[in-house]
Ligand binder design. Structure first.
Ligand SMILES: CCCNc1ncnc2c1ncn2[C@@H]1O[C@H](/C=C/CNC(=O)c2cc(-c3ccc(F)cc3)cc(O)c2O)[C@H](C)[C@H]1O
Ligand SMILES: [Mg+2]
Length: 214
């Protein structure tokens, strides 16, 4: 029984990245994915767009759907002001275990709460379990056919407020057609497409940034 790709990615982080240095964790994962084994992290090019959205917003409460190895978790959490919290949801225990160690290596445990379980069950429990009122920022990067149902669930659970920003990865590749159709035609959102490329490739992809209007 060999190792999995996420485990090999984690081993690279523990071998090459500096403990407590999120930037070196990010650089190590990008190098690993570019030169050793491709993995579906948001990557450096789309990651820079993610950084600029988070920096501009300066969110106090943030939610990530789909932790995977924790790459975007580290990208977001490293930019959060003191006292802010990023809740990240991951339903695969093996990925959650790897992500916890990546987040710990980056020294970001105090800013991140990784919750294991499916978003559909956890979103309705956000208020009672984690004392969340509303989210300032949501990063969607889990199964692409779950972006729309989970966005509607966030609305129904009163977890979005006037000005909440949703940022969705992969709206071109693999694509999230139902989500784009809904969010671009809804009078309750103001959306903008950020053209970029699929992580570590020349294939087109992009991020959709949508502001909830209340
Ligand atoms: C029902 C449960 C829903 N609720 C859930 N609740 C909690 N956690 C959930 C839920 N649904 C999924 N997850 C977790 O999130 C992660 C899933 C991430 C999915 N990401 C992609 O599929 C993708 C593909 C490509 C790609 C592009 C080109 C290619 F050629 C190949 C691949 C690129 C990209 O940037 C991509 O993000 C993780 C693996 C999975 O366990
Ligand atoms: Mg993605």
């Amino acid at each position: 029984t060999g190792s999995t790709r996420p485990q090999r990615l984690l081993r690279a982080v523990q071998k090459k990245a500096t403990q407590g240095d999120p930037q070196s964790v990010i650089a190590t994962i990008d190098h690993f994915c570019r030169h050793s084994e491709w993995a579906m992290n948001v990557g450096d090019e789309k990651g820079s767009i993610l950084d600029s959205v988070v920096t501009e917003l300066n969110p106090s409460s943030a939610l990530e759907l789909g932790t995977y190895c924790g790459y975007s978790t580290v990208r977001i959490a490293r930019l959060l002001p003191p006292g802010s919290k990023l809740i990240t949801l991951e339903f695969n225990p093996a990925y959650a275990a790897v992500a916890r160690q990546v987040i710990a290596w980056a020294g970001l445990n105090d800013k991140v709460q990784l919750v294991e379980g499916p978003s559909g069950d956890l979103i309705p429990q956000m208020k009672e379990l984690f004392g969340v009122q509303t989210f300032d920022f949501v990063f969607l990067d889990h199964w692409k056919d779950r972006y729309l149902p989970d966005t509607k669930l966030l609305e129904e659970c009163g977890l979005l407020r006037k000005g909440t920003v949703l940022l969705a990865d992969n709206v071109i590749c693999p694509g999230t057609p139902e989500y784009l159709e809904y969010i671009r035609n809804s009078s309750r959102y103001e959306s903008r497409y950020f053209k970029s490329h699929l992580e570590y490739t020349k294939v087109e992809d992009g991020l959709e940034k949508s502001v909830f209007l209340g």
